[in-house]
Design a protein around this ligand. Structure first.
Ligand SMILES: *Cc1c(COP(=O)(O)O)cnc(C)c1O
Length: 355
């Protein structure tokens, strides 16, 4: 195959596509993967020649550092196809910047910008058929880096593997989401790795989340680790509160993931003249607002679900249900963001990136 990228990434062709075996109407999120994957190895102090090969298992030594010391970071992005069959990414420069910030915190060498973008472009040109048209359909992209050096001595790995795998996704409907406000466990602490998209941050929240699941809550809203008095994020999403007509969300800090969707929502809110305050949001004020019928909405923001409205929450033994609004901020942001992502509307912020 000929491609016109600068790097001319080498492609090992598949023998036959798996696409005919896929039921695109019944996709479980993140279960099916496409024909190809992007791979680039790091050793002897440099990232070697990147390549694209058929999707397949990889062989890693059992002593590889990723298994023992958790040097692993990742990203989550989506590719969208518009009605003219053009393929788009949404603010991929943000994902590139963030994976290197995450890497830096975990002592992983930064990945070169040219490799990242040429890798994505070449991969998406090969996988074009896997991106289904239609509002809500997308190809979920998972770039990640793992430490591959064999040896169980506790030090940063000398070898790494950077990969991108792709999974076709349908519009994400989570159903009703009720959340529990954390009062004991924390997902991140001051000076820690909460701001990084580090694999271990997820491991640390699975157990507390499973306890919340057993009580009928789908997610936890994490609070600050020292006082548990301020609301920070919803696990895999950033979180927004609407009190009256004012939109509130916590500022970023070293415990909170700097979400691309979050910063896009803040920009759209300002643009729409919505009163948005980026400041610490206390559990106390949210409960008071709920008791006074002034708490209108809580929603999460993240690439997978875009905007995920929360229908109720609990704190200690108090339970609250949120009103079902006709004109919700959540609905507005979801539609406005998706219209930009799918090339259905003007892109006045310059967020779309054409493949
Ligand atoms: C990825 C992630 C988000 C959402 O970030 P987006 O860039 O909007 O997808 C929020 N919180 C956590 C913990 C995350 O890992």
């Amino acid at each position: 195959m000929k491609n016109d990228t600068v790097l001319n990434i080498e492609v090992e062709q598949i023998k036959a596509s798996k696409i005919d075996q896929v039921d695109f109407d019944n996709l479980d999120f993140g279960k099916v993967f496409t024909d190809y994957m992007f791979v680039c190895d790091y050793s002897e102090g440099e990232w070697k020649k990147p390549e694209i090969v058929p999707y397949q298992p990889i062989t890693i030594d059992p002593s590889a550092k990723v298994f023992h010391y958790g040097q692993a970071v990742f990203e989550g992005m989506k590719a969208y196809k518009d009605d003219n069959d053009d393929v788009w990414l949404f603010r991929p420069d943000e994902n590139f910047r963030r994976i290197n910030l995450s890497s830096q915190r975990l002592a992983i060498p930064e990945f070169p910008e040219e490799f990242f973008f040429e890798g994505l472009k070449t991969l998406l040109q090969l996988e074009k058929n896997w991106i289904q048209k239609g509002f809500g359909n997308s190809l979920y992209l998972r770039p990640f880096v793992i430490a591959t050096e064999p040896g169980v001595s506790a030090s940063p790995s000398s070898d790494y593997k950077f990969m991108i795998i792709c999974s076709p996704a349908k519009a994400y409907y989570s159903g009703e989401v009720r959340v529990k406000i954390a009062e004991k466990f924390s997902r991140a602490a001051d000076g820690g790795v909460g701001f990084a998209k580090a694999a271990g941050n997820y491991a640390a929240q699975f157990y507390p989340t499973s306890l919340a699941n057993a009580q009928g809550y789908q997610q936890i809203i994490w609070t600050d680790a020292s006082s548990h008095e301020y609301l920070e994020e919803a696990g895999t999403m950033n979180v927004f509160f609407r009190i009256g007509d004012k939109l509130l969300t916590s500022p970023n800090n070293d415990r909170i993931l700097d979400g691309v969707t979050r910063k896009s929502v803040i920009a759209l809110a300002e643009d729409a003249g919505i009163d948005v305050e980026v400041r610490r949001v206390s559990v106390k004020e949210v409960i008071e607002a709920a008791e006074n019928d002034n708490l209108k909405e809580i929603f999460g923001s993240g690439t997978a679900a875009v905007i995920n409205p929360i229908s109720g929450f609990a704190f200690q033994d108090k339970k609250f249900e949120l009103p079902k609004l006709e004109d919700s901020y959540a609905g507005y942001f979801k539609k406005t963001l998706m219209d930009i992502q799918y090339n259905n509307s003007e892109d006045k912020f310059g967020w779309r990136y054409k493949i």
